[in-house]
Design a protein around this ligand. Structure first.
Ligand code: FNR
Length: 189
């Protein structure tokens, strides 16, 4: 069976290490798995219930529709101040208000990249907490926390150079496909 996953990026930085990973995933995906990027979290206004009452902003609806139609979501994000970057949290806050809620029962994989030693582990567990409330089905293992990023990227060429990291990412994508198989078809939008 072919699978289609979408990627949500938690960094707005042009040279983002997480962005490099997110853009590399389609090439690393095992056969039969297609991966594409969602729109930028920078296109979403700050969440405001009053704004929501006037109608969901178009970029929020577009993001929600693509997630709903996908077999799974891959969130690739930095850790900011030991937690989830505000821009990513803002995107999740918008998505959580849409009905039907696009992350409900959706298989989700998390990847974090940091120049630090533990690769964004703390942000992963804060992100998991929000995803519990949203009723997403978060892949437990393998956990992808890419630390010591300076040794694994060519930042001038915007490339992930470390082969072991590439193999590891491919394994997690396969694990997400296996989880999606167990969970079943994506719900209709
Ligand atoms: C960071 N950084 C960081 N790193 C980390 O491992 N734990 C942390 O808590 C933080 N906190 C933090 C806060 C803010 C506001 C910034 C800007 C940065 C460093 C961060 O991992 C590094 O800048 C990454 O390169 C950011 O990811 P992208 O943008 O390269 O994908």
């Amino acid at each position: 069976t072919s699978r289609h996953f979408v990627t949500l990026l938690g960094s707005l930085r042009r040279g983002s290490l997480n962005g490099i990973v997110a853009r590399t995933l389609p090439q690393l995906a095992p056969a039969g798995i297609e991966i594409s990027m969602l729109g930028s979290i920078g296109d979403l206004p700050l969440y405001d219930p009053d704004l929501q009452e006037r109608g969901f902003p178009a970029p929020v609806l577009a993001m929600a529709e693509r997630i709903a139609a996908a077999d799974g979501l891959i969130i690739v994000t930095p850790e900011y101040n030991y937690s989830v970057p505000g821009g990513l949290k803002n995107a999740l806050d918008w998505l959580s208000r849409i009905s039907p809620q696009p992350l409900a029962r959706k298989p989700v994989a998390i990847q974090t990249v940091s120049p630090g030693a533990i690769g964004g582990a703390r942000a992963q567990y804060h992100l998991r907490q929000s995803l519990v409330f949203m009723d997403a089905i978060v892949l437990n293992k393998p956990e992808v926390m890419i630390g010591q990023a300076a040794e694994k990227f060519d930042t001038a060429r915007l490339e992930l150079t470390d082969q072991r990291t590439q193999d590891f990412l491919a394994r997690q994508i396969q694990a997400l496909a296996d989880l999606a198989h167990v969970v079943g078809k994506p719900s209709a939008v």
